[in-house]
Design a protein around this ligand. Structure first.
Ligand SMILES: [Fe+2]
Ligand SMILES: [Fe+2]
Length: 422
């Protein structure tokens, strides 16, 4: 049944209250909704919700192939990537070609000594195979000599690594290639979706730079980019928006965008005016910015965290609050979402351990959406929960931690959107 990985970011946690943000109409849940929900269990409707929330292919790790004659290097790469990707390792070109035709990888790492003399011949063969020709290749070379660099240029290879390289350089190179392809595909989207994705990614990357450089965060830029998310959601383009980010590898960005889009959807469903939808969407985009200061290896760690690691992870809330406090004034709704998304109704959340009376509607809504997104996000350290499994878990195992009336409303909202998307 609902087996949720113990490392799920919200498992065993709870969220705080921020008084007086005025989202009272969330209480307007009536019997019509509840009776509709009883009928929502039909398989088709669950499939619709699942397709809306977790587009096909989002629930698995990306497959990366390494083709190299050097067994030590192959093993090292497989080990380094284990937490992030599914790795298929091949020692010789013939096996690699047949194996990759059966299971085409998203990206191929090729060692310089593969095939006759160097990897160039093998890479040219790859390019002739219809199902492999478009996969990005990262060439791994021994020396950056002129001859090798000429080969790389002739092959049109965009990225290469020179041995010895750091694990982080390998992971960054793969991420850059995979994300580059996803982001390139956004160019052909309808304008609102294109603006929403390009704008939020650019704002997100800008925040990472600002944090690194100690600059104040540009709330206006984030808010402008979220305006396009709200517009896309209001145009019933949520499904398409979520589909466009399913292969992106910046997990914090993807999580934040999904959070932002679902907040916006919630806001639309309860009739919030557009300016307030933009505020809660911006809160969604900013809610985990403190995680940008946490090493990626810890963010993606498989298995249980040590008490020290848990403390570092939980500190992301106060880090986000400090970063925002040092920036231009932000709306109260944004601080509520940022500060309260890990608080829980029974007081078991963090950072303040606030309980039900102290948690307003917006805080409760943020908690529900954060848990839902965390459970249905693609992450390397856990299986992605199907939408209906996540909702059921939230209604049973988290019954005392999450606002159940709001959860019912959220299910209803997802159902309406799924019907539209279908
Ligand atoms: Fe968080
Ligand atoms: Fe989150």
């Amino acid at each position: 049944m609902n087996s949720i990985n113990p490392r799920s970011p919200n498992n065993g946690e709870h969220y705080p209250t921020i008084a007086g943000s005025g989202y009272k109409h969330l209480y307007h849940i009536n019997s019509e909704y509840n009776s509709r929900l009883e009928n929502v269990t039909s398989f088709t409707k669950l499939v619709f919700i699942q397709l809306l929330v977790t587009p096909k292919g989002m629930d698995t790790k990306h497959l990366v192939a390494i083709v190299d004659t050097n067994s030590r290097h192959r093993d090292m790469v497989a080990e380094a990537l284990l937490s992030f990707y599914t790795v298929h390792a091949y020692a010789n070109p013939a096996n690699a070609m047949s194996g990759m035709l059966l299971s085409p990888p998203k990206l191929i790492l090729v060692g310089q000594r593969v095939g006759a003399g160097n990897g160039a011949h093998f890479i040219r063969e790859l390019r002739r195979e219809k199902f492999l020709s478009t996969a990005p290749v990262i060439f791994i070379i021994d020396n950056e000599d002129f001859r090798t660099l000429d080969t790389i240029r002739d092959l049109g290879i965009k990225d290469y690594l020179v041995k010895p390289y750091h694990r982080s350089a390998l992971i960054n190179a793969i991420s850059k290639q995979l994300n580059g392809r996803v982001e390139h595909s956004w160019q052909d989207l309808p304008p609102t979706q294109r603006k929403a994705l390009q704008g939020t990614l650019s704002a997100f990357n800008g925040i990472a730079d600002d944090i690194a450089n100690g600059n104040p965060l540009p709330y206006g830029t984030v808010s402008d980019s979220c305006d396009a998310i709200v517009e896309a959601v209001n145009n019933d383009e949520l499904g398409s928006l979520l589909h466009q980010i399913k292969d992106h590898d910046n997990f914090t960005y993807v999580h934040s965008l999904r959070f932002s889009a679902f907040m916006s959807l919630f806001g639309k469903a309860i009739g919030l005016p557009k300016e307030q939808q933009v505020v809660i969407a911006s809160g969604g985009m900013l809610h985990d910015i403190g995680k940008m200061t946490i090493p990626r290896a810890l963010l993606n760690k498989e298995g249980a965290l040590s008490p020290g690691e848990t403390k570092v992870m939980r500190n992301h809330v106060t880090t986000s609050q400090k970063l925002l406090a040092a920036s231009t004034p932000i709306p109260k709704g944004v601080s509520t979402i940022v500060g309260a998304h890990h608080e829980r109704l029974d007081g078991s959340g963090y950072p303040c351990g606030l309980a039900a009376p102290a948690l307003n509607q917006l805080a409760r809504m943020a908690a529900i959406i954060d848990v839902f997104c965390a459970l249905t996000d693609r992450r390397p350290y856990k299986r992605t929960a199907a939408a209906h499994v996540a909702l059921e878990t939230m209604a049973t195992e988290m019954q005392h931690r999450l606002d159940q009336e709001l959860l019912v409303r959220f299910k209803e909202i997802l159902l309406d959107s799924a019907e539209i998307a279908a």
